[in-house]
Design a protein around this ligand. Structure first.
Ligand SMILES: [Zn+2]
Ligand SMILES: [Zn+2]
Length: 157
Protein backbone atom coordinates (compact mmCIF):
# COMPACT_ATOMS: atom_id res chain seq x y z
CA UNK A 1 0.00 0.00 0.00
CA UNK A 2 1.46 3.37 -0.97
CA UNK A 3 1.76 6.09 1.65
CA UNK A 4 -0.80 8.13 -0.18
CA UNK A 5 -3.34 5.29 -0.20
CA UNK A 6 -2.65 4.55 3.46
CA UNK A 7 -3.20 8.20 4.33
CA UNK A 8 -6.44 8.34 2.38
CA UNK A 9 -7.64 5.12 4.05
CA UNK A 10 -6.83 6.52 7.48
CA UNK A 11 -8.89 9.64 6.82
CA UNK A 12 -11.76 7.55 5.45
CA UNK A 13 -11.67 5.23 8.46
CA UNK A 14 -11.61 8.14 10.87
CA UNK A 15 -14.50 9.83 9.11
CA UNK A 16 -16.49 6.60 9.20
CA UNK A 17 -15.82 6.27 12.92
CA UNK A 18 -16.85 9.89 13.57
CA UNK A 19 -20.11 9.46 11.66
CA UNK A 20 -20.89 6.39 13.76
CA UNK A 21 -20.29 8.54 16.86
CA UNK A 22 -22.52 11.34 15.52
CA UNK A 23 -19.47 13.53 15.43
CA UNK A 24 -18.35 15.70 12.52
CA UNK A 25 -15.03 15.55 10.72
CA UNK A 26 -14.31 19.26 11.03
CA UNK A 27 -11.50 20.94 9.13
CA UNK A 28 -9.48 21.36 12.28
CA UNK A 29 -9.86 17.71 13.22
CA UNK A 30 -8.90 16.72 9.71
CA UNK A 31 -5.79 18.90 9.87
CA UNK A 32 -4.76 17.44 13.23
CA UNK A 33 -5.38 13.88 12.06
CA UNK A 34 -3.35 14.63 8.96
CA UNK A 35 -0.19 15.62 10.84
CA UNK A 36 -0.62 12.61 13.12
CA UNK A 37 -1.12 10.16 10.24
CA UNK A 38 2.03 11.55 8.62
CA UNK A 39 4.13 11.31 11.80
CA UNK A 40 6.71 8.54 11.84
CA UNK A 41 7.68 8.18 15.49
CA UNK A 42 6.25 8.09 18.97
CA UNK A 43 5.28 11.60 19.98
CA UNK A 44 4.32 13.39 23.15
CA UNK A 45 1.41 15.81 22.77
CA UNK A 46 3.04 18.94 24.24
CA UNK A 47 6.29 18.47 22.30
CA UNK A 48 4.33 17.74 19.17
CA UNK A 49 2.21 20.88 19.60
CA UNK A 50 5.31 22.98 20.26
CA UNK A 51 6.93 21.65 17.10
CA UNK A 52 3.82 22.44 15.06
CA UNK A 53 3.63 25.86 16.66
CA UNK A 54 7.20 26.60 15.57
CA UNK A 55 6.10 25.75 12.04
CA UNK A 56 3.35 28.35 12.42
CA UNK A 57 0.65 25.73 12.75
CA UNK A 58 -1.50 26.45 15.74
CA UNK A 59 -3.97 23.98 17.18
CA UNK A 60 -6.00 24.32 20.32
CA UNK A 61 -4.75 21.92 22.96
CA UNK A 62 -8.31 20.89 23.83
CA UNK A 63 -9.20 20.05 20.25
CA UNK A 64 -5.92 18.22 19.85
CA UNK A 65 -6.59 16.05 22.90
CA UNK A 66 -10.17 15.41 21.84
CA UNK A 67 -8.95 14.30 18.42
CA UNK A 68 -6.33 12.05 20.04
CA UNK A 69 -9.00 10.40 22.15
CA UNK A 70 -11.19 9.75 19.13
CA UNK A 71 -8.25 8.44 17.09
CA UNK A 72 -7.49 6.05 19.95
CA UNK A 73 -11.10 4.85 20.09
CA UNK A 74 -11.06 4.42 16.33
CA UNK A 75 -7.92 2.27 16.66
CA UNK A 76 -5.89 4.53 14.39
CA UNK A 77 -3.26 5.45 16.95
CA UNK A 78 -1.83 3.67 19.94
CA UNK A 79 -0.73 4.90 23.32
CA UNK A 80 2.61 4.24 25.00
CA UNK A 81 2.80 4.95 28.75
CA UNK A 82 6.35 5.65 29.86
CA UNK A 83 7.71 4.64 33.31
CA UNK A 84 8.13 8.33 34.25
CA UNK A 85 4.44 9.04 33.61
CA UNK A 86 4.90 10.61 30.18
CA UNK A 87 2.48 9.48 27.51
CA UNK A 88 3.49 8.95 23.91
CA UNK A 89 1.27 8.26 20.95
CA UNK A 90 1.93 6.92 17.50
CA UNK A 91 -0.12 6.36 14.43
CA UNK A 92 -0.70 2.73 13.56
CA UNK A 93 -2.61 3.09 10.34
CA UNK A 94 0.28 2.48 7.98
CA UNK A 95 1.86 -0.28 10.06
CA UNK A 96 1.05 -3.26 12.20
CA UNK A 97 0.00 -2.82 15.80
CA UNK A 98 3.04 -3.85 17.86
CA UNK A 99 4.24 -4.32 21.39
CA UNK A 100 6.78 -2.11 23.17
CA UNK A 101 9.78 -2.87 25.30
CA UNK A 102 10.67 0.22 27.32
CA UNK A 103 13.94 0.87 29.15
CA UNK A 104 13.30 1.83 32.80
CA UNK A 105 16.47 3.92 32.85
CA UNK A 106 16.65 5.90 29.65
CA UNK A 107 13.16 5.46 28.24
CA UNK A 108 14.35 4.01 24.95
CA UNK A 109 11.47 2.27 23.18
CA UNK A 110 11.99 -0.91 21.15
CA UNK A 111 9.18 -2.46 19.20
CA UNK A 112 8.38 -6.06 18.60
CA UNK A 113 5.89 -7.96 16.56
CA UNK A 114 3.00 -9.33 18.62
CA UNK A 115 1.14 -11.65 16.25
CA UNK A 116 1.62 -14.76 18.36
CA UNK A 117 0.62 -13.01 21.59
CA UNK A 118 -2.36 -11.57 19.81
CA UNK A 119 -3.56 -15.00 18.71
CA UNK A 120 -3.48 -16.06 22.34
CA UNK A 121 -5.30 -12.95 23.51
CA UNK A 122 -7.98 -13.31 20.85
CA UNK A 123 -8.61 -16.96 21.53
CA UNK A 124 -8.82 -16.28 25.26
CA UNK A 125 -11.35 -13.48 24.66
CA UNK A 126 -13.41 -15.68 22.38
CA UNK A 127 -13.37 -18.43 24.97
CA UNK A 128 -14.58 -15.91 27.59
CA UNK A 129 -17.20 -14.60 25.15
CA UNK A 130 -15.67 -11.19 24.67
CA UNK A 131 -14.91 -9.19 21.57
CA UNK A 132 -11.62 -7.38 22.20
CA UNK A 133 -11.64 -3.71 21.15
CA UNK A 134 -8.34 -2.37 22.32
CA UNK A 135 -5.15 -3.75 23.68
CA UNK A 136 -1.70 -2.48 24.35
CA UNK A 137 1.33 -4.50 25.36
CA UNK A 138 4.17 -2.77 27.20
CA UNK A 139 7.09 -4.38 28.93
CA UNK A 140 8.99 -2.10 31.32
CA UNK A 141 12.44 -3.51 31.74
CA UNK A 142 15.78 -2.87 33.41
CA UNK A 143 18.40 -2.52 30.72
CA UNK A 144 21.42 -4.81 31.12
CA UNK A 145 23.48 -3.01 28.51
CA UNK A 146 26.64 -1.27 29.71
CA UNK A 147 26.09 1.70 27.40
CA UNK A 148 22.49 2.50 28.40
CA UNK A 149 22.26 6.28 28.49
CA UNK A 150 20.21 6.55 31.69
CA UNK A 151 21.59 3.65 33.70
CA UNK A 152 24.47 5.47 35.41
CA UNK A 153 22.15 8.24 36.57
CA UNK A 154 19.55 5.77 37.82
CA UNK A 155 22.17 3.99 39.92
CA UNK A 156 23.51 7.20 41.44
CA UNK A 157 20.14 7.91 43.05
ZN1 LIG B 1 18.37 2.41 28.41
ZN1 LIG C 1 5.70 1.85 18.59
Amino acid sequence: MSNKTALKNSHNNFEKYLIEQDSRYTNQKREIADVIFKSKTHFEVDEFLAKLHSQKRRFSRATFYRTIKQLLDAGLIQKVNMPDGKVFYEQTASREHHAHLICNFCGKISEFEETQLLNKINSYCTQQQFTPRYHSIHIYADCEKENCAGKAQAQEK
